[in-house]
Design a protein around this ligand. Structure first.
Ligand code: 5AD
Ligand code: SF4
Length: 469
């Protein structure tokens, strides 16, 4: 349980870090005629993307400009992901290739932060075998990053995290450079206590800790005031938000903020998804009609071994209740294929569930063994080729279901938020309340506005519409 809030730090009051930020800024102003450029790349989930915006905010305070071109960068920061092994391999490969860049450009700074480098074994490996990497910090590096950058940039010293150096905290008041207008992310809680047996997140993101409701409300009010229209509340498990009020209560308070905007949230764990939350969703006008409720498997045996703490039956009851309250609800889910010990019969039950629920879209993953998790040592007899076949089968089944869902939208009228120009002359891209991409012809000035669109045709991943004047 999250009892006290002594884990919350205020960035604007971290005197030493403010000082380092100032020293870096002075150093850069002295040594550069034009602002040096930083490349910030985030791998993985939306939480990481949101953290990337804060990294940019901190760097902007130090005087950095930004680029997406590797050749132009004076500072490269990779914000890493550890959820699957492939993501880690890719980062090691990418960072390895930076060695020659650094030779050509000796002043280049290279930093790795995030979930992957939170693992001390990874930080140690980078220290030992990747000497061109200057800074290695973890997923909660906020309160140490200015100092690390100062050391690397101004003193020419490597700054590599050591075990226990960066405790679980929440840092309020970080500057943020948002990139997604009219959409914005607002993290409401960090960490995870669930320890699903396949998942590395609780080990790298630490224990659950919630932001204060007043800080969240102030941030959302500010965003609405700045013209943001689509606010996604983020947390590894938003339903266990515990900032003194429940997540459902938090939703109600955000819904009551004046202005026309939309509220989304992710991710919800089925074990904590209460009827109170579903009732609240249904009652709140601004909360979008989309629920991402990862089921992971359609087999009770596998769910038990995944430590998910719900049954297929209970999951289906939740879905039925949600649909009764919100008939136009769009449901999406995560599914892992090839969990250790999963049999063809278990997998068949997953296919059955997917067919029965009728998801709008699925995020499907092949199981990836992660060191330190419970499932690491579970016997895993099914060969990878067989798992790949199952995976393909699931994609095909969902492909048909998704297509059917999209076709059924033809002829309906959807309320969409226009995000900006689409592909093609005069086209706009937008998203419906159900989080479906809708393209239509219209004036570019509509960006950031809500519109009513009649759906005229459907493709696999997007709907085509006609603006209703
Ligand atoms: N292997 C495969 N998929 C995983 N996920 C989490 N850990 C693993 C793993 N070890 C998936 C889950 C989760 C999503 C974010 O990533 O489906 O919901
Ligand atoms: Fe991982 Fe489970 Fe926590 Fe999600 S709820 S982050 S899958 S441990």
């Amino acid at each position: 349980m999250q009892k006290t809030q002594d884990y919350i730090l205020d960035y604007t009051r971290l005197a030493a870090q403010r000082q380092y930020t100032g020293l870096v800024r002075e150093h850069l102003a002295r040594t550069h005629e034009t602002p040096p450029l930083a490349l910030v790349h985030s791998f993985g989930c939306q939480q990481n993307a949101a953290d990337g915006e804060k990294l940019r905010g901190m760097l902007a305070e130090m005087g950095y400009g930004f680029t997406d071109a590797l050749e132009e960068a004076d500072f490269i920061i990779y914000n890493t992901c550890a959820v699957r092994e492939n993501a880690e391999k890719r980062v090691f490969g990418t960072v390895g290739a930076l060695k020659q860049y650094k030779r050509q450009k000796p002043g280049l700074l290279i930093a790795l932060v995030g979930c992957m480098t939170q693992q001390q074994s990874v930080a140690d490996r980078l220290k030992r075998s990747y000497p061109h990497v200057d800074i290695v910090a973890g997923a909660d590096a906020w309160a140490s990053l200015p100092e690390r950058i100062y050391q690397a940039l101004c003193q020419g010293k490597r700054s590599i995290k050591t075990e226990g150096e960066e405790p679980d905290t929440i840092v309020e008041g970080l500057p943020t450079r948002r990139a997604g207008w009219p959409k914005a992310w607002v993290t409401v809680m960090y960490g995870c206590n669930n320890f699903c047996s396949y998942c590395i997140v609780p080990y790298v993101r630490g224990r659950e800790r919630s932001r204060r409701p007043e800080d969240i409300l102030r941030e959302v009010e500010g965003l609405v005031g700045e013209g943001y229209k689509d606010i996604t509340l983020l947390g590894q498990n938003v339903n266990s938000y515990a900032g003194g009020i429940t997540f459902a209560q938090l939703l109600k308070e955000i819904d009551a903020i004046p202005g026309e905007f939309r509220i989304r949230f992710m991710t919800s764990h089925p074990k904590d998804c209460t009827r109170e939350l579903l009732d609240t969703m249904a009652a709140c006008r601004k909360v979008s009609r989309h629920l991402h409720l990862p089921v992971q498997s359609g087999s009770d045996v596998i769910l038990e071994r995944m430590n998910r703490k719900y049954t297929v039956e209970r999951y289906k009851e939740l879905i039925a209740y949600a649909r009764e309250k919100m008939p136009d609800l769009s449901l999406t889910s995560d599914i892992i294929v090839g969990f250790p010990g999963e049999t063809r019969e278990d997998f068949r039950q997953t296919l059955d569930l997917v067919q029965e629920v009728g998801y709008t879209a699925l995020y499907t993953f092949l199981y990836s063994r992660r060191g330190g998790t419970k499932a690491e040592n579970f016997p895993d007899p099914v060969p990878p080729e067989e798992k790949s076949r199952w995976f393909q089968e699931l994609l095909e089944v969902q492909g048909r279901i998704g297509e059917g869902y999209m076709q059924r939208q033809v002829g309906s009228t959807l309320r969409v938020l226009v995000e900006g120009p689409g592909k093609g002359e005069g086209k706009l891209t937008s998203r419906s309340d159900q989080n479906i991409i809708v393209e239509f012809t219209g004036d570019a000035g509509l960006a950031g506005q809500f519109a009513e669109v009649e759906i005229v045709s459907a493709r696999n991943w997007a709907l085509e519409g006609r603006l209703i004047p």
